[in-house]
Design a protein around this ligand. Structure first.
Ligand code: GTP
Ligand code: MG
Length: 327
């Protein structure tokens, strides 16, 4: 499973070279430094001794996982499953339970991964959604860069966030930096009209991948969910199998509340995959487990910094290994 995922991406991702995979692994590793220094380092030490497994150990694990933003439900799931495994196997020492806990953690992620057919449709349409400030626009820049530079695809961006002041300009600046075209109609324009225009342009210019930015405001006076539904309808009317991918962006630093807010998008936005951003900005990397369990979609990407190349494909085994790594 792990090898397969390492070599073949989903959607439009081409295989990564070993070197690319190594660089990304290192980025993820570095972005988890704070988590390792905090709660996950403690968990790792708890399961590195010859101490006998006791109720205290399980209590401490439970407490630590909750502190690490894993969330109550996922914590109980992890603790109970690991306990069962340990009992079934007659394991007595904490150190011997380490790999069992890690295996259960990996499972939380893999439960969400479903095979995805690769499509050769052009343009391949990616819709990016999430609450404001989650990191949507930055992620779009990173994806544009990745698809263009690494996979040699032609990419076009669409400035579908017509609500927030300067959102359009921000995307245009990123587009320029990434060297890709950007369709925009400025602030206040109808976002559905932008999408309409962008789809036409993408077909006309024979673009491989069209990535659409959206607003993130969750407020009564602006019904974001209705806007998103309208955008989706326009896309589907013009291209029945699109959007091919709807990425929900979640900021790792916003904790359980961020996951709760993100859930609001599941119904209206038809989310297919998740990107967790700002992993470098939190000591509570455990949020990724809560995301996988609560959002029930595979985590595709991790944002590991503010720069255009601070993006890694999510690899569940690599992520758990990095959380437990001894330095
Ligand atoms: N450290 C870190 N910062 C990030 C990452 N991704 C995004 N950011 C920062 O988060 C802030 C918000 O990012 P945006 O991409 O503008 O977020 P958005 O979701 O488009 O926000 P709205 O357009 O207001 O809805 C910016 O300052 C980014 O530099 C990341 O992976 N790591
Ligand atoms: Mg934005």
């Amino acid at each position: 499973m792990s090898i397969f995922k390492r070599l073949f991406g989903r959607g439009q991702d081409a295989p990564r070279t070993e070197e690319e995979a190594r660089v990304e692994e290192q980025q993820v590793d570095e972005s988890l430094e704070k988590s390792r220094q905090g709660i996950f380092g403690r968990i790792s030490s708890m399961f590195a001794t010859d101490d006998p497994i006791s109720d205290d150990l399980w209590d401490e694990l439970e407490e630590s996982l909750i502190q690490g933003d894993v969330g109550l439900e996922t914590t109980m799931y992890l603790v109970n499953r690991t306990k069962d495994r340990v009992n079934r196997n007659g394991v007595k020492k904490a150190r011997e339970a380490r790999e069992m806990l890690k295996a259960e953690m990996v499972r939380v992620f893999q439960d969400q991964v479903k095979p995805q057919a690769t499509t050769t449709t052009r343009p391949y349409v990616i819709l990016v959604v999430g609450v404001n400030g989650a990191g949507k626009t930055t992620l779009i820049a990173k994806l544009a860069h990745r698809y263009k530079v690494r996979f040699g695809k032609s990419v076009m961006l669409a400035a579908g966030d017509t609500f927030r002041a300067a959102a359009t300009e921000q995307l245009e600046t990123w587009a320029e930096r990434a060297g890709v075209p950007c369709v925009s109609m400025g602030q206040g324009a109808d976002s559905a009209a932008v999408v309409y225009k962008a789809l036409d342009a993408a077909v006309e210019q024979n673009v491989d991948i069209l990535i659409i930015d959206t607003a993130g405001r969750l407020q009564a006076k602006f019904n974001l969910m209705q806007e998103l539904e309208k955008m989706r309808n326009i896309i589907t009317r013009k291209m029945p199998d699109a959007p091919h991918e709807t990425l929900l962006v979640i900021d790792a630093t916003t904790g359980q509340n961020g996951v709760l807010q993100a859930k609001a998008f599941l119904k209206s936005a038809g989310v297919t995959d998740v990107a967790v951003t700002k992993m470098d900005g939190t000591a509570k990397g455990g949020i990724a487990f809560a995301v996988a369990q609560d959002i029930e979609r595979p985590i595709r990407y991790l944002g590991t910094g503010e720069k255009m190349d601070n993006l890694a494909l999510f690899d569940s085994q690599g992520f758990v290994d990095a959380l437990f790594a001894e330095r």
